[in-house]
Design a protein around this ligand. Structure first.
Ligand code: PLP
Length: 384
């Protein structure tokens, strides 16, 4: 019997080691990994620069607490704020914790309670972030949720307008709904949300836990649309696998997160922060991101050329290296077939194959991936 609570329906592949774009299973097989640990290992597995930075910090100190000034937190905050075009950072340990901080700050700063989020959104598993999440299946058995969260259809500006008032503390959204089915927001919708927030004095909060840190070809996905959010949350790719989350906010919010108003023992842990600095130094770089965009274009054109015409494929969508292939049936059995063929991908919602390759993936690896996916989908069409 396992002594782990069975909260995860685990796959059959048990990793032995991992390097770059590949996982090596205990079964002796090599797998091309397009999950990146669910959007975390954006530089591939065990990037050397991050390993070196963490090794160096391991020899200095591992943990001292946030009672001390920690210089590398200042360095990391400066890099993160600069990349997001914002001012102030609070470090947490995960995406949910970052969103939790965003929700607390939004309520405190506005003195209002109501937070609007969107159907199919995913913001985390704590009580506040589960309450913010617009999916019933995440909440089953855990009620009652926190009060004053309201959900409206994604990409429906009129629906949002109907819920807006001077009682709204914040509107929170993902630029691409990741877990909920890989649904990108429309550009007009995003600008409309920002304008409605401004009009009603609500904060515009963008959850970049999955879309941030270069995943879409910009440091943060909101930057594709020229948006001006008040708070951005992020996590996942920020530490290349070391647990770290953060909110990045405007200077005007400073007074609401004063000493003693929020905190965490491990947030901003020196090992995680040293990993984040090394990660940001690579990703928040024009040349690196130009290369990500080039590879994203290459992947999209390969997918379109090889998959678009298959009857099983409904749509290929996404931004940068965050791509969804929506099919006309459950994705889970196809993902199992892909694993058997040496390729690991994720689902998003029920019917979407989600590709989150490392941003360091090569064109060769992208081509290999498309070939494997095309073969498995063609096989499915044949046997249908
Ligand atoms: C958009 C988004 N927000 C929040 C979270 C929660 O992050 P974590 O699992 O680190 O708590 C996730 C995780 O998938 C996410 O995709």
């Amino acid at each position: 019997m396992s002594n782990l609570f069975p909260t995860y329906a685990r796959w059959e592949v048990e990793p032995e080691r991992a390097e770059g774009s590949y996982l090596y299973g205990k079964d002796g097989k090599k797998y091309l990994d397009f999950t990146s640990g669910i959007g975390v290992c954006n530089l591939g597995h065990r990037p050397a620069a991050v390993e070196e930075a963490v090794q160096a910090q391991l020899k200095k100190f591992w943990h001292v607490s946030n009672l001390f000034p920690v210089g590398i937190q200042e360095t990391a905050a400066e890099k993160l704020a600069k990349a997001a075009g914002l001012d102030l950072v609070f470090f947490a340990n995960s995406g949910a914790e970052a969103n939790e901080a965003a929700i607390k700050l939004a309520r405190k700063a506005t003195g209002r309670k109501k937070i609007i989020t969107f159907f199919q959104s995913f913001h985390g598993r704590t009580y506040a972030t589960m309450s913010a999440t617009g999916q019933d299946k995440i909440k089953t058995g855990y009620g009652p949720m926190l009060e004053t969260f309201t959900y409206v259809p994604f990409n429906d500006l009129k629906g949002l307008e109907a819920e807006m008032s001077n009682e709204v503390a914040a509107v929170m959204l993902e630029v691409i709904q990741g877990e909920g089915g890989l649904h990108p927001a429309d550009s007009d919708f995003l600008k409309g949300v920002e304008n409605l927030c401004k009009k009603h004095g609500a904060l515009f909060v963008i959850d970049e836990v999955q879309t941030g840190n270069g995943r879409t070809g910009k440091p943060f996905a909101f930057q594709h649309y020229g948006l001006n959010p008040d708070i951005v949350s992020t996590a996942k790719g920020l530490g290349s696998g070391f647990p770290i989350g953060a909110i990045i906010g405007k200077e005007s919010l400073k007074e609401f997160f004063g000493p003693g108003s929020h905190g965490t023992t491990f947030g901003g842990n020196p090992l995680a922060v040293s990993a984040a600095i090394a990660t940001m130094d690579i990703i928040f770089n024009e040349e690196f991101l130009a290369n990500v965009n080039q590879k994203a274009d290459f992947l999209k054109s390969c997918l379109k050329e090889n998959l678009q015409s298959l009857s099983i494929v409904n749509e290929i969508r996404g931004l940068g290296l965050m791509i969804g292939i929506e099919i006309n049936q459950s994705a889970a059995p196809i993902l199992a077939d892909l694993r058997a063929a040496g390729f690991i991908a994720l689902s998003a919602g029920e019917q979407v194959i989600r590709l989150l390759p490392p941003l360091t993936v090569t064109e060769d690896e992208l081509q290999q991936a498309v070939e494997i996916i095309a073969n498995i989908l063609k096989e499915k069409v044949k046997t249908a």
